[in-house]
Design a protein around this ligand. Structure first.
Ligand code: SAH
Length: 246
């Protein structure tokens, strides 16, 4: 049973505001419910996340997802797509924290999609749509191509692959945010050619606001910008971006 202070999301309470995502008690309750559902489904059907410790869910999944807000111009009505959302990261924490953000979670695996739909309904979130599909297909649909202000992807793929799967969704002038680890700077440099081919460029790396923040060592955000429309050939057909990275 949830009793001790560690079950009450002390890290989120202390740090969410510092990454630009201050939370009300109602939002804290939504995070508690989300964690409960995530751990329960993970125990039963596995593979939503490798993380099973409640405090790690709080730090590694919730707080690190919210840290994306440090790179966001979160204005009312902006559209964000989370590509390869898995158990909902980073899209669901952002949707909880920013009620006016219009969030789409894209996920290729049916079992994970069913969890996402369940979580969205349990948490009564009205600003989230869940789509079962592959980025390589959805990004060629008119309703989704270049229709988002922001794309975000956590642990989806190496950066050049991630860029091919995500940038086609972003409107010119919009941003792509990728939470990464300690190698972010060299990864971003290595992705420069792929980004240019896709109509984008790296804009910078955002480090956590305070070294005392209880998140993974080296965690940071690679921020990329869409400078021009992506050529229609991208993304290439399903599986090709990962097999033959740009
Ligand atoms: N973002 C989540 C999950 C990371 S695992 C997290 O940080 O925990 C990567 C996820 O991307 C998997 O759930 C996988 O099914 C999904 N995925 C991989 N390639 C994809 C593609 N081309 N289109 C959509 N989803 C994809």
């Amino acid at each position: 049973m949830d009793t001790g202070a560690q079950h009450n999301l002390p890290l989120l309470r202390a740090w969410a505001g510092r990454v630009g995502a201050p939370l009300t008690e109602r939002q804290i309750t939504q995070f508690l419910d989300f964690r409960e559902e995530l751990l329960a489904w993970n125990a039963r059907r596995a593979n939503l996340t490798a993380i099973t410790d409640p405090q790690e869910v709080e730090a590694r999944l919730f707080l690190e997802s919210l840290s994306c807000a440090a790179a966001l111009p979160v204005a009312a009505g902006q559209r964000l797509i989370d590509v390869g959302s898995g158990g909902g990261f980073p899209g669901l924490p952002l949707a909880i924290a920013f009620e006016t953000l219009d969030v789409t979670l894209l996920e290729a695996t049916g079992r994970k999609v069913r969890f996402l739909e369940h979580a969205v309904s349990q948490l009564s979130l009205t600003n989230v749509s869940v789509i079962h599909g592959r980025a390589e297909d959805l990004a060629h649909e008119a309703a989704h191509r270049e229709r988002y202000d922001i794309a975000a992807a956590r642990a989806l793929a190496p950066l050049p692959v991630l860029a091919e799967l995500c940038l086609p969704f972003v409107r010119t002038g919009g941003v792509l945010i990728a939470p990464r680890g300690a190698d972010a700077a060299s990864e971003a440099a290595g992705a420069a050619r792929a980004l240019a081919a896709l109509g984008g460029s790296a804009r910078g790396i955002i480090a956590p606001p305070d070294p005392a923040m209880p998140i993974a060592a080296g965690h940071c955000l690679v921020v990329m910008r869409k400078d021009a429309p992506t050529p229609p050939a991208y993304p290439r057909r399903a599986g090709v971006p990962a097999r033959r990275p740009l």
